[in-house]
Design a protein around this ligand. Structure first.
Ligand code: SAM
Length: 290
């Protein structure tokens, strides 16, 4: 085996490269140098990415890697990687795999023992969170909600009592109905923020309680255009009976129908993990009909 054979048999590297979400100046120097040096760019939409690549004078060939062909085309990219070529994965905007294609390719490459290198950069949810002034130590990214109201409300119900900051992506033509559903499920006063057109000319970040945000967006059609991220403050347990989740109260009610109050509160505490005293007080109030 010659030295050249040795070099060729060494697999290439898959770079997962973030691109700008609006402002082209947000591309990193490292992203540019990798996009120039790899053998192939796996792009969500080659025509869309051609504009970005042209802008930066990058002539590397690109091949499509979108959600409809990703699984099947994965083998093609893997073959190039296994033959020793470096490949860069990009999406239309921001970080690949974040509500964008790439998961299957990265997974297949990892399973094949290919080295995968993240090249971080713009990401709309992180940009929005960094400027929102909502708790950022812990957060939950929910991606896109279901498009239809019933599915959307059901999903929102599931995260109603989530204490961490919630982050959603939403399409502009659904932003108003989405915020209205959030108001219905999370309540009028839950703090929220709409981050629209980040890094672009009409960038807007508006934070206010959900009921005011709904009115503000409804009153201005311009706020129903462009790309948006919605952030909602996490649930905060109120004092007293309200602090007991709806599920725990249901358990308490079922037990109260079957046994004395003290026993029902103790058993409900064991089942739900809620403090016995809290459930006892709630049971007293329920019996008094408060
Ligand atoms: N991979 C991207 C990222 O890293 O953020 C997200 C891609 S996802 C298909 C597109 C969604 O991201 C948009 O519908 C919007 O919710 C959000 N988004 C992307 N760019 C944005 C921007 N400049 N301002 C606000 N939201 C943006």
């Amino acid at each position: 085996m010659t030295v050249t054979d040795n070099l060729i048999s060494k697999p290439g590297c898959l770079y997962v490269v973030a691109t700008p979400i609006g402002n082209l100046d947000d591309i990193t120097a490292r992203a540019l140098s990798i996009l120039k040096s790899v053998s192939l760019i796996a792009a969500e939409d080659t025509r869309h990415s051609a504009q970005l690549l042209r802008h930066f004078g990058i002539t590397t060939p690109a091949a499509p890697c979108h959600e409809h062909n990703e699984r099947e085309q994965g083998g093609r990219f893997l073959a190039r990687l296994q033959a020793g070529e470096d490949v860069a994965l990009i999406s239309d905007a921001g970080t690949p795999l974040i509500s964008d294609p790439g998961y299957h390719l990265v997974r297949q490459a990892r399973e094949a023992g290919i080295k995968i290198v993240p090249v971080p950069g713009a990401c709309a949810l992180i940009a929005a969170l960094s400027a929102a002034g909502l708790p950022s130590d812990r957060f939950v990214f929910e991606g896109f909600l279901p498009a239809k109201m019933a599915g959307r409300k059901a999903r929102l119900e599931q995260v109603r009592e989530e204490p961490r900051t919630l982050i959603f992506y939403e399409a502009p033509h659904r932003i108003l109905e989405c915020l209205q559903d959030m108001q219905a499920v999370f309540g009028d006063d839950r703090p929220a923020l709409l981050a629209r057109e980040l890094t672009k000319t009409f960038e807007t970040l508006q934070g206010m309680p959900l009921c005011e945000l709904v009115q503000w967006v409804a009153a201005d059609p311009n706020q129903q255009r462009g790309e948006c991220v919605v952030l909602v403050a996490g649930w905060q347990a109120p004092e007293g009976e309200d602090a007991i989740s709806a599920d725990a109260l249901r358990v308490l009610d079922l037990l109260l129908a079957e046994m004395p109050l003290k026993r029902a509160a103790a058993l409900a505490a064991e089942i739900t993990g809620v403090r016995k005293n809290l459930l006892y007080q709630a049971a007293l109030e329920r019996q008094k009909g408060v």
